[in-house]
Design a protein around this ligand. Sequence first.
Ligand code: AMP
Ligand code: MG
Length: 353
Amino acid sequence: MITKVLDVSSEPINIDFIREASRILQKGGLVAFPTETVYGLGGDATDKEASRKIYQAKGRPSDNPLIVHIAKFQQLEAIAKDLPENAKKLADAFWPGPLTMVVNKNEVIPYETTGGLDTVAVRMPSHPVALALIEESGCMIAAPSANTSGRPSPTKADHVYEDLQGKIDCILDGGAVDIGLESTIVDLTEDVVTILRPGYINMEMLEKVVGQVKIDPGIVYNDKGTTSGAKPKAPGMRYKHYAPKGDLTIVKGQEANVISAINEMTARDMAAGKKVGIIATATTKDKYKEGNILVIGDRLDEKSIAHNLYDILRQFDELDVDIIYSESFATPNMGQAIMNRLLKAAGQKTIAV
Ligand code: AMP
Ligand code: MG
């Protein structure tokens, strides 16, 4: 299969390309498209075969459900069973935007799309290309991140091409995405709204809308980096994810201590013949002495860190480093989401200095 790349990065969006991609979806094919979080790999959510193709193209375990992307609240009503009041409140506050809601499903969305679950995860993205594609195709679009399973999520069309060329029909290239981390997932099937995956929409923002909010105990890690013992409720959070090829360790502590520890470990590893990568910030980059130093962003602009994280991990794969050291980014608003992804990429490996 030849993967067609259509450029929809300039305004106004090229409607002919949106129509071409829509026809592919309507015929049961796969189209990767930009959203404000990461690129999604889309197929018609009501078409079992299309969902099977998504799992196959990604090499994704078939029990890891897909998020259904919609453009109107009525589409959520059409696929949910007993929609809770909080769904409307959260949609009014955060849709279109980076929030995914898990609700009980009716028969419209097949089990092939929900990994066999009786619940369905639904999101209304805000990216104009994503909305145009949903509207023009008339499809609700099942779309996980458009990466090969186990690789960092794609934040640029090039990342999608690297992973999926020859395996999908089309990529809509809308340039680099905005946020760069996957959506916040909340479970609405129990009395208290529960965060299953942290993202740009954080706990405080959710609490302002629905009152009490819990975090799934399965995704909370203690000081030793081990879980509470509970299994994460979102199947995707159970898999080792976002793993770079190099062995990643996060170093946390006061900045000066972190820098000297990373410098020491880098000198030691390089003396042993290893290729070392360092994830630095705009203000610390000149304080590292050797190794492949990449700047993730500016600590005072936490959005820049989220935005570049996956791209940096992919760059280290290309550089073929053996070992990666990263500073820690427990920033005020997105810190939980950033550290959730970074810790997973590191297999929870952290050194406190
Ligand atoms: P991705 O779009 O690649 O970030 O993957 C979708 C994420 O949503 C995975 O972590 C899934 O496990 C999660 N998810 C999708 N549907 C459900 C559901 N019905 N219940 C819980 N988690 C879900
Ligand atoms: Mg994913």
